[in-house]
Design a protein around this ligand. Structure first.
Ligand code: ARG
Length: 437
């Protein structure tokens, strides 16, 4: 019996009831899902906003003309005092322009690449680094930076007169930025190219040394004797030359027996090279530790990167006053006669005057003009065995200079027995005579 168009009266409400049930369930479900999704979304958003910093570095090449400065011949020589002083002045001026006005932590750093002559005076080329949310567009930020720059040229009293229309800003990528900065020494970058603070309060001071972060001391090398492992530290001063201590080669001067590694750990090393040439200072005296300086040349050059960079050599006239804060780094032991550390460590120490260091109760006249004392009179923080040959560096506006080479000391971190370092300025000309650097 077939009745296609007729519905019985008893059937109708039942169908309506079923329909209603089918109708409401998906809505309730989707509403519920939506609310849950919204809660999760907001939670993720909050966590990302406060915990995960999704900022990234943006690099810009800035060029402009300075009209109240005349070009000097030595501006063409990057290691000259004239270039260094003028570029530091320009870099200081840039941080004055950008530091407060562009928001917290937006401006990171600036580095002069080139100073060249110009009809109006001086033409400046520099790299500026900023941190902005990764989602911002390069062009948006470029406009923002330009606006801040123009505004501050008007409001702030600056020592240099910048010709406003000559100012131009071009976005560059990380690779281009590194290539440009490679023309300069003593620059450190982490893997994110974020310059690191010189001293963070979370660092724990152990007997002398503290753990270093990746890319923080990119000129640090480990000199290893085949079959015997790490012997000494060294500092990269060019693509092929390492500066170290003469006493490191007391046992063995045969370059074929030595290798150099780079990176923050000895094992595994980031970069490894064989040594082709060793030059020990001709007047090194093991009894007095005088002229404790040597050079080692790598058989093949190293390419500069985030992890490997060269340190700047100081001008011979540089003289750091007592109490100047400097850093010593190395893979040496953390207690007297302890083992080599696989991870690079650092310590902040202070320059101690030679007069104080030569006092009868300190080193009683053992400090000669080619030496430098650094540490603390109360002891506690110092270099130690295995740090020899490594760098004592000084930070001048984010450019790092090697001022000392770890040389000797009575035990480690004892009161009134600070570390003694080879005074690099005294040997600046010797280094040039051997390497041309
Ligand atoms: N001569 C030691 C070495 O061969 C390093 C001496 C440094 N000592 C010090 N207390 N600062 O590794």
């Amino acid at each position: 019996y077939h009745r296609p168009v007729e519905f019985s009266e008893a059937e109708y409400p039942q169908t309506e009831y079923e329909r209603r049930q089918q109708f409401w369930d998906p809505i309730r479900l989707s509403l519920f899902t939506l609310v849950i999704a919204a809660i999760i979304g907001i939670a993720i958003g909050i966590v990302t906003h406060f915990v995960v910093e999704d900022d990234r570095s943006f690099y810009y090449l800035a060029s402009f003309k300075v009209t109240n400065i005349k070009y000097k011949e030595n501006y063409g020589v990057k290691s000259s005092r004239e270039f260094i002083e003028r570029s530091h002045q320009i870099e200081r001026m840039m941080s004055r322009i950008f530091r407060r006005s562009s928001g917290v932590g937006r401006f990171v750093t600036s580095h002069v690449i080139r100073l060249s002559p110009d009809k109006q005076g001086l033409s400046v080329l520099m790299v500026l680094t900023f941190r902005y949310p990764a989602t911002d567009s390069t062009e948006q930020i470029r406009k923002k930076i330009e606006r801040i720059f123009y505004q501050n040229l008007k409001i702030k009293q600056l020592p240099l007169t910048i010709n406003k229309p000559s100012f131009s800003l071009t976005a560059i990528d990380g690779k281009k930025m590194r290539n440009l900065l490679n023309s300069r020494c003593g620059i450190r970058m982490t893997s994110s190219n974020m310059p690191l603070p010189a001293f963070s309060s979370t660092e724990r001071i152990v007997q002398g040394r503290e753990t270093a972060m990746e890319g923080e001391w990119p000129w640090q090398a480990s000199l290893q004797l085949l079959g015997a492992g790490h012997q000494c530290g060294a500092s990269l001063i060019s693509n092929t030359w390492l500066l170290t201590a003469a006493h490191c080669f007391r046992k063995n001067k045969d370059p074929s027996q030595w290798i150099a590694t780079f990176g923050t750990t000895i094992t595994p090393p980031a970069v490894k090279r064989s040594v082709g040439k060793i030059i020990v200072h001709e007047n090194y005296h093991r009894e007095t530790n005088e002229n404790d300086i040597a050079l080692a040349q790598l058989t093949t050059r190293v390419e500069f990167s985030n992890i490997v960079q060269r340190v700047c050599l100081p001008d011979p006239s540089t003289n750091l006053p007592p109490k100047t804060s400097v850093f010593v780094t190395g893979f040496g032991s953390i207690v007297d006669d302890g083992p080599t550390q696989n991870k690079l460590r650092q310590a902040q120490v202070e320059i101690i005057s030679t007069d104080v260091c030569n006092r009868k109760d300190v080193y009683d006249g053992l400090i000669t003009p080619g030496m430098l004392c650094a540490g603390f009179m109360e002891g506690k923080v110092d270099a130690c065995k295995g740090d020899s040959g490594g760098p004592l560096v000084y930070d001048n506006h984010d450019i790092w200079y090697i001022v000392g080479i770890v040389s000797w000391g009575q035990s480690c971190a004892l009161p009134k027995k600070p570390g003694v370092y080879t005074k690099v300025t005294k040997y600046r000309d010797w280094i040039t005579s051997k390497t041309g650097i």
